[in-house]
Write a protein that binds this ligand. Structure first.
Ligand SMILES: Cc1cc2nc3c(=O)[nH]c(=O)nc-3n(C[C@H](O)[C@H](O)[C@H](O)COP(=O)(O)OP(=O)(O)OC[C@H]3O[C@@H](n4cnc5c(N)ncnc54)[C@H](O)[C@@H]3O)c2cc1C
Length: 431
């Protein structure tokens, strides 16, 4: 009666990890993806003119998460440790900052599990100097793509503890590009069962049966299965009916939307700037380099991959200030930031600049932001979001990670594997 055992909505890291496990368990899976490509917020741009692949989304493997390294190992995908000096621009010059992690740890280790307060409120009473608080705030906002007034301080504590367990202070790059991981996850997938450019509009469901309506090309199509796995980002889950990408659930899934409302979609501007030469030679190896007053406040190099490339990053409020601008306006502000930090004229930087890789994830209807973070009071939201409904609706995606790894690729992969396990268990029980 059903044409597949499971429908998966979204072919990002979570959807593909789930699809792989479900196929291995012998289930027939149909994968519906709105974009014309796989990977979602993992998107490596490979062009003939770029010697090194350009990441438009995720770039780092944060620490040594088993979920990611298991795949990288099986796929024989090489990783390179990203290393370099951490520098701070003090308004006059760039200075090494060897005690950066010590300061962040000292400040954030003061976060108590309760009460659930905003990070900004926690900072007000934290024992730290003004400059240490400023540094911690800028780090938390940049890394979590969050507003300090909104993000839950205890959630940061949970994420810090989770990161410590996987050596989260180490960062790894994938020379072949992050999409190599996506390609490997998808390589055994039955192409007949993969539907790209298929935007899901409606999920009509009752216990044991789902009909998914999607727009593909010029027409609407319908898919049915006893179970569906939803992996779309929370920005999409929360989109109003009629907006691109929005999915109408019939009957509604109010508890899930309430949980999604306790999470926030963070914003990021990430620019990959390739230059003719490394004008930052004097500072090599260049690690994370910050200027809190700059429009694009954080920079790092991809020199571990042998390229003259700098990545500029603005997360949280810094990104929100930039996002209304066009790509060329943002690029201009990025070069102004670099010019003052590295004391190189803007005209020289313009001469040296070969290409810029940028994607506006906040304006992208299928992501509606960069990645999620828990708001005050949202510490349990990811767990609630992850719970299956009536053995019929299942949920995965980075925002459903309840183990402190939300907002990451490994969090997304783990959520996909977790959901696949739930679905297989539910199928066995039904037999
Ligand atoms: C700029 C940027 C930098 C990042 N850097 C890092 C990093 O260095 N390290 C790290 O670990 N993480 C990083 N992340 C976060 C990481 O990319 C994500 O957490 C992860 O890729 C999310 O995977 P997912 O499967 O949960 O969601 P997604 O990858 O968003 O997959 C969901 C899929 O659902 C599809 N979809 C949406 N709506 C519909 C619809 N209506 N119908 C059908 N399909 C739909 C989307 O097109 C998408 O393909 C970064 C993210 C961004 C944006």
């Amino acid at each position: 009666m059903f044409e597949s055992d499971v429908i998966i909505i979204g072919a990002g890291a979570a959807g593909l990890a789930a699809a792989r496990d479900l196929q291995k368990a012998g289930l027939y899976v149909r994968l519906l993806e709105a974009r014309d490509r796989l990977g979602g917020r993992i998107w490596t741009r490979r062009t003939e003119s770029d010697p090194v692949p350009v990441e438009l989304g995720a770039e780092f493997v944060h620490g040594k998460p088993d979920s990611t390294f298991r795949i990288l190992k099986a796929a024989e995908i090489e990783t390179v440790k990203s290393a370099g000096k951490r520098l701070l621009f003090d308004g006059r010059e760039l200075r090494p900052q060897p005690d950066f992690w010590e300061i962040i740890e000292r400040v954030n280790s003061q976060i108590e599990p309760k009460p659930d307060i905003a990070y900004s409120e926690f900072l007000t009473n934290a024992k730290a100097s003004g400059s240490e608080k400023k540094m911690s705030r800028s780090y938390v906002e940049g890394f979590n793509a969050a507003r300090a007034e909104l993000i839950s301080a205890p959630a940061i504590r949970i994420a810090d503890e989770a990161a410590a367990e996987i050596e989260g202070d180490k960062q790894f790059l994938i020379p072949a590009g992050y999409s190599a991981l996506i390609d490997w996850l998808a390589c055994t997938f039955d192409k007949e069962a993969l539907h790209l450019e298929t935007e899901v509009r409606q999920v009509k469901w009752e216990r044991g049966g789902v009909t998914v309506t999607a727009e593909a090309g010029l027409g609407m199509c319908h898919f049915s299965a006893p179970r569906v796995l939803i992996t779309v980002p929370i920005g999409v889950l929360r989109a109003s009916p009629g907006q691109r990408g929005a999915i109408v659930f019939d009957p509604p899934i109010s508890a899930k939307l309430a949980a999604a409302g306790s999470l926030e979609m963070g914003h990021v501007v990430r620019l990959t700037c390739r230059f003719r030469e490394s004008f930052w030679n004097a500072f090599k190896p260049l690690g994370f380099t910050t200027s809190s007053g700059a429009a694009v406040p954080t920079w790092w190099s991809r020199e571990a991959l042998g390229s003259h490339t700098l990545v500029g990053w603005a997360g949280g409020p810094a990104a929100e200030r930039l996002l209304s601008g066009s790509e060329s306006e943002i690029t201009r502000l990025a070069l102004t930031s670099l010019s003052s930090m590295f004391n190189v004229s803007e005209s020289r930087l313009n001469e040296l600049l070969i290409s810029v890789g940028y994607h506006n994830w906040s304006a992208d209807p299928y992501s509606r932001g960069a990645y999620s973070y828990p708001r005050i009071g949202g510490i349990d939201a990811a767990r609630i979001l992850s719970l299956p409904m009536d053995d019929t609706l299942f949920f995965a995606g980075e925002a459903t990670d309840a183990n402190g790894h939300g907002g990451t690729v490994h969090g997304a992969l783990e959520s996909g594997e977790r959901a696949a396990g739930e679905i297989v268990g539910s199928c066995r029980q039904a037999m």
